[in-house]
Design a protein around this ligand. Sequence first.
Ligand code: ADP
Ligand code: MG
Length: 339
Amino acid sequence: MCIVSLRDERLIDVNEVFQEITGLSKEQALQIHAGDLTIWMHNDDYENLKKLIALQHRVINYETRIRLKGMTRTMLLSAAVIWWQNMPCMLVVVNDITELKHYKQEISRLDRLNLVGEMAAGIAHEVRNPMTTVKGFLQLMRSDAKYDEDFETMDLMIEELDRANVIITEFLSLARSKTANLVRGDLNTRLLRLYPLLQAEALKSDIKIDMDLHETAAIMLDESEVRQLVLNLAINGMDAMPHGGILTIKTFEDKYGVNLIVEDQGTGIPADIMEHLATPFFTTKEKGTGLGLAVCCRIVERHNAYMEFDTSTKGTVFTIIFPKCKDGTKPVRVSSEKG
Ligand SMILES: Nc1ncnc2c1ncn2[C@@H]1O[C@H](COP(=O)(O)OP(=O)(O)O)[C@@H](O)[C@H]1O
Ligand SMILES: [Mg+2]
């Protein structure tokens, strides 16, 4: 805030914040002609303000950009004519809206991204049908003696189509339009159902699966999504232990909710890639899709749950905390995307 004399346009008084952000002491500020303030980005701004004040005696929320400590900030400036020490003066109040403006831009960018995401999801879905046809024909031809020589190539083609299909499946489960069908249920029984599948995966690389399940309260869950979540985390854990080890899947309840833990004894997550982890398509694996963790984040979000991880060279622990169902609630179907 500052007060400017309308007679000679000198600053008469400034508050502490003014001194802080301009870097001028009060004594220095009071020597200055308001138009000479070096913080104005455009000289026009000051002239415009003077004109507005002369015309309507006040200015409300005039957007201007000023330079403070080398940075351009967006400000909303309001001013009014007041009498101060028997002089006509202008009381000026400036609000920094740089961050607010930035958020607004970010939101509109995200909106656009969403639209692009939805279109991409639509296309990905449509691409699947022709792929299924191609795969079908390849499988037919593969069993035809005529193509015996190309047997291996065809297998490779089918494999690649399957891979493309996996990418599309994961991508689609990232798409925003998807909603979770949350039903009241027990996490442990869902995990036990998944055990044979994990076991089969683990056998391939000399890994032992340790299920350490403790009785927990009911949670709202979508079984197929929880399956996907645990599978993605478990497979990442197994990928991190190429020479074997123990993958622990643990559940317990505490005051925060129902905890699900997937712990590996792998090499850990290097610090320099942590910030990219849940970015779609970020992968350090030759055959990775980089969608696993991004999908996990989406699933966690849809379950109103919370996920964090802890990692060291001795291994990585992913913890997901689901909110407990309050006792006595009936199994209800809700969609987390509502609202
Ligand atoms: N348990 C883990 N241990 C070590 N690194 C991990 C673990 N989980 C994820 N990562 C790292 O995060 C990356 C992204 O994982 P993800 O999104 O599942 O994609 P993908 O497994 O296809 O690479 C992996 O490539 C890997 O570098
Ligand atoms: Mg993965």
